[in-house]
Design a protein around this ligand. Structure first.
Ligand code: F6P
Length: 355
């Protein structure tokens, strides 16, 4: 049996732990198997590149951040665009066959899963694994990489709080997550943020101003606001992406976080600072939870391959590892439910969601 592994899209902690666990479980449990690493995600498959991975390649990488295979973003929309006499999808299928693969593991986020579903429709045997700090993949309770990012964001907000307290400042801490607020919600609650602003709950800047003023009146010197990179004021919700970028550029700002900071500074008079956590949340060693989760998911996926069950992606449901058909989850996303338990719990504790 010949299997390929690729990691695609934005990286996160836990990718190497999954690669290791697939590699070890496959070599321990399947006879006459050859494992090929495909570099740079779908980019490597489009170019037809792969190299042999030996058992030693899987050793000593459990705790390593990033991905030993490299990764790249290959937009889904371009997969079916004809270029140089063929589409990227056709090239990938052709190379899958030329490499003689019996199965391909694709470690990636929502976009990677959409492409994986296309490959399946073209007859390739694909097994997906749910990776992303955004935790927005449909059909799984959690993705690997998410908890490590929560730990980093939480610790960062804790650190920001001490300097905010010293200076009596308002701090806006921008958290990644694309269009989903999971990372901001978890890190915001875990660090005791005073306000948590999510893409799923459009905010009114005035509400945040009132919060800062009330805290000042009560002598609570600083205000900590965890704001998702995709959070929007109510006034911008109906704007398309281009129009929003234009409106912001017109104000001399590039992000919604900067805009809110300006409003808070001007209307409350309290010194306001922005801290963008950015790629710190994606880099570095996976936390113990992610090492274990990644290992369980990888091991499970290896067994799916042994059983010949393809066209699926590994998933977490409750405390169990299970799988979903790629066709059922591709193109769907999992967002924070504004009426869900965690938001309600935050509201009960007095957290401001800006609405
Ligand atoms: O999907 C993971 C993620 O880190 C998002 O949270 C973020 O919006 C995006 O990737 C950043 O992408 P890039 O690495 O292309 O800048």
């Amino acid at each position: 049996m010949k299997i390929g592994i690729l990691t695609s899209g934005g990286d996160c902690s836990g990718l190497n732990a999954v690669i290791r666990s697939i590699g070890l479980c496959i070599t321990e449990n399947i006879r006459n198997v050859e494992i090929r690493g495909i570099p740079d995600g779908y980019g490597g498959l489009i170019r037809g590149e792969s190299y042999r991975l030996q058992r030693k390649d899987f050793e000593g990488i459990l705790h390593l951040g990033g991905t030993i295979l490299g990764t790249s973003r290959q937009p889904f929309k371009q997969m079916t665009v004809v270029q140089d006499g063929g589409t990227r999808l056709e090239k990938m299928c052709e190379n899958y066959r030329k490499m003689g693969l019996d199965c391909l593991f694709t470690l990636g986020g929502a976009g990677t899963h959409k492409t994986a579903a296309l490959l399946c429709m073209e007859g390739c045997h694909v097994i997906g694994l749910p990776k992303t700090i955004d935790n927005d993949i449909y059909g799984t309770d959690v993705t690997f990489g998410f908890q490590s990012a929560v730990e980093v964001a939480t610790e960062s907000i804790d650190r920001i709080r001490t300097t905010a307290e010293s200076h009596g400042r308002t701090m806006l801490v921008e958290v990644m997550g694309n269009k989903a607020g999971w990372l901001t919600l978890h890190a915001g609650l875990a660090s005791g943020a005073d306000a948590i602003l999510l893409p799923e709950i459009p905010y009114e800047p005035e509400k945040i101003c009132r919060l800062v003023e009330q805290r000042q009146k009560k002598g609570r010197g600083c205000t900590i606001i965890a704001i998702a990179e995709g959070a929007l004021p109510k006034s911008e919700v109906k704007l398309k992406k281009e129009a929003r970028t234009f409106v912001r550029a017109d104000r001399g700002e590039s992000t919604g976080t900067q805009h809110l900071a300006e409003i808070l500074q001007q209307q409350t008079g309290v010194e306001t600072r922005v801290s963008v956590l950015g790629y710190l949340q994606r880099g570095g060693t996976p936390c113990a939870y992610d090492r274990l989760l990644s290992s369980r998911l990888g091991g499970y996926a290896a067994m799916l391959a042994k059983e010949g069950r393809f066209g699926v992606t590994a998933a977490v449901s409750g405390n169990r590892i299970t799988f979903n058909a790629l066709a059922d989850i591709a193109g769907k996303y999992k967002y924070v439910d504004p009426r869900g338990d965690l938001v309600r719990f935050g509201r009960d504790m007095g957290v401001c969601f800006g609405d």
